[in-house]
Each structure stands twice: as C-alpha cells, then as structure tokens.
Ligand binder design. Structure first.
Ligand code: F6P
Length: 378
C-alpha cells in the first residue's frame, strides 16, 4: 500500500537531515579543484590536509578550556621573551607531529622555536617549508576570547634540510597562507593564490566545509582597530589618521567611525575579512629598537596574503608588506591592513609626513573647523 502523503514527506525530511552534508565542498575536494594547474599539487594538497588535521586537534585542545589544564603559564619564554602558556608548547608540538612525516616538508619554523626545525632523518624530505604561529593571541586564553593558528607555506629550493636562512623569503613568494580561528565555531581561512576562502569545521563529520567562498574585503569602511593605549608612542601619520576617525562627522572624514580592539590578531583579521575594516599595529617608540610588534614571517605575511587575495591591502605604512625583505626568522614589522581605500590613505599620510608636505594640516587654516578642510570632499 502506498504511504500517505505525510509519511512520504516525513521520510524525505529524515533522509534529507541525515544526508545534508552530501554535496558540500570539503577541504580535500576544494584543494583538488583549486590546485588543478599547480605544480606539485598533490604534495601541497597533502600538506594542507595535514595542517588542517593539526588544526582540528588544536581546536579540541583549546575547547577544553580550563578542563584541559593547559592554560597555565610556564616558566619558559618564547623567542620574543613572552611567557609561554602550556598550550603554546603543546600546540606547537601538535603541528610538528602532524606535518613532519608526510614527505612534503624540508623544515618548519615557528614563533615558539628559536631556530628552524629540521625534518627528522627517518622521514622523507620534501619541497616545501611551513612557517607558523601555533596559538596567536594566547595571552587571551584566560578570558576565553577567540585565538588562532596562523601559517604560511613557502617553496624550498635545494634538497638540503632547511636552515634558518631558507625561510627568509619575501611574502610575495608564499605558496599558500591561512589561519584557523577558534571561536564559537572553528574556521579555517585559506588562500593558495586564487582568492581567500573560509571553511567551517563540522564537528559531527570531522570535516572542514567550504562556507564562505571568495571573500571580499569592502574597499571602504568605518571601523578601525588599534591598541589606543599606545597613542603617545605612535608616529604623527598614525595619530593624524586615528584623530580624524575619532572626530567623526565633525571632522574632515565627515562620518562616524567605530573603534575595536580584541588583542587577538586572528579575530581582528577575521572581522575585516567578514565585513571590512582596518587593523593597525604600527611602528611606535614604546620599544624603540623594535620595528613593530608583530612578526613578519608568522603573522604579517600570511595575513597580508589573505587580505590581498580578498581585494584588501596590507602595508607597513611605508610600503607593501609582502615585499619586505626578511633578514631574520623572528623579525618584527609594522602592520596596517584591511579595506583598500583606508590603507592607501594611511600610506599617503606616511608619505606626506616623511616628505614634510603634511604641514598644512597642522596649520589653523586647515583644522577641522576651517573652511579649507583639505579632504572634506573625500
Ligand atoms: O602577537 C600576538 C598578539 O596577541 C596579536 O594577536 C595581537 O594583535 C597583539 O599581540 C595584541 O597586542 P597588545 O598586547 O598590545 O594588545
């Protein structure tokens, strides 16, 4: 006997629920498609799948919170002199273990390790290098704020085990870059040079599913992020930019801006990829010997590639981040990235300051109550 119409619908819905994930794009499917014309595509895909496996393991560690017993600070310090959390060390180990065996890597370098990690002799050496910050923003763990893992893949030239110098390649040469954000959902945001794409971890089936293909950073924004407690240490062009944003509708920008600061770069960049904005950790005089706060290889370069691939811009304030020549593994750099038109404006303010041509802005004729507001039209 044919089932009643209602039974039929119920059967269809049940079936639909159970197979809802079928037909969705998993990370592996995506990589096969994206890397179709890339040399050594199988190696690169296999490496990124291993990185994703490490990220799933880290996501589980982070999600245990205080129950995992790994949030406490150790007595050790990382290469930058910051106190390490137990999780900084275990997540670093997780990436080493998940990625060392596959035969795709010649070496790895991490913010948590003094020097490059050579692939152990028992494993085959490959043609890529992996650079990573295993747990960026880990000082936020106690407050349960989103943290992340940032990574970058470089090509290795030669067949020797990689040493520090092999990692000193400009950001434009990155083969792939990405980050994981451990927030309410765990997401993987990735570029292999053809746009920036975001995946959400489906914990039930254990796969990253493509949920945000081809992200685009809007060219304009009314949101910026900076640690404003450092204001007195900033250079004049940064002070000028932030002052103008804060003046809102009564200043030359003629619109109100929102200010944000999560103190977790991954979370800030994620917000910018989702809805635009500006993130700045500029050069400052707080620690005059440091060029900036953030690391070129582990933080700035991968984020710059992701932002550029999404149509945004990434700069030191005085030039394209991806063109900064690295001179040492743990090098720091000023970082200004996000919505293109704002980044261009900030670069212009640096140029005008360096050439002395921003003088009119400090004259009473051009202050924000003047009829001669030089940028009132922009
Ligand atoms: O480099 C680590 C980091 O936590 C970034 O994720 C973040 O943007 C920055 O440092 C926060 O700096 P601050 O402690 O000055 O707020």
């Amino acid at each position: 006997m044919a089932p009643a119409e209602n039974d039929n619908n119920t059967a269809r819905e049940d079936h639909g629920d159970r197979t809802m994930h079928l037909g969705r794009t998993t990370l592996s499917k995506f990589l096969i498609d994206q890397l179709r014309n890339t040399p050594a595509r199988n190696d690169l895909a296999a490496l990124l799948v291993d990185v994703a496996a490490a990220i799933k393991a880290i996501s589980a560690m982070v999600a245990r919170g205080a129950l995992g017993g790994s949030h406490d600070a150790l007595t050790s310090h990382n290469t930058s002199g910051e106190v390490q959390k137990r999780l900084d060390v275990t997540t670093n180990d997780a990436i080493l273990r998940y990625c060392e065996w596959g035969g795709q890597l010649a070496g790895m370098a991490s913010e948590e390790m003094e020097t490059a990690y050579a692939i152990p002799a028992e494993f085959t050496r490959g043609r890529y290098l992996l650079v990573f910050d295993p747990l960026d923003g880990s000082s936020n763990l106690d407050t349960n704020v989103s943290v992340g893992t940032i990574f970058s893949v470089l090509a290795h030239s030669g067949d020797h085990t990689a040493v520090d110098e092999d990692f000193l390649k400009t950001g434009v040469t990155q083969v792939a870059a990405g980050y994981a954000i451990y927030g309410p959902a765990t997401m993987l945001v990735l570029t292999v040079g053809h746009g920036t794409h975001a995946f959400t971890l489906d914990r039930e089936i254990g796969n990253f599913i493509l949920t945000h293909p081809d992200l685009k950073v809007p060219e304009d924004t009314s949101e910026f992020a900076i640690n404003a407690s450092n204001e007195r240490f900033w250079e004049p062009p940064v002070q000028r930019y932030v002052d103008e944003c804060k003046q809102g509708t009564s200043g030359i920008r003629a619109r109100d801006f929102n200010m944000r600061w999560i103190a977790s770069m991954v979370a800030e960049v994620h917000r910018i990829l989702m809805r635009g904005g500006v993130f700045m950790y500029p050069r400052d005089t707080k620690m005059p010997l440091r060029a900036g706060r953030l690391r070129l290889l582990y933080e700035a370069n991968p984020m710059a590639m992701l932002i550029e691939q999404a149509g945004g811009a990434a700069s030191t304030g005085r030039g394209r981040l991806l063109e900064v020549p690295p001179t040492e593994l743990h090098q720091r750099v000023p970082v200004v990235l996000g919505s293109r038109n704002e980044i261009e404006r900030i670069e212009r303010y640096h140029q005008e300051y360096d050439s002395g041509s921003d003088k009119p802005y400090s004259s009473p004729l051009f202050n924000d109550r003047s009829l001669y507001r030089p940028e009132a039209r922009s």
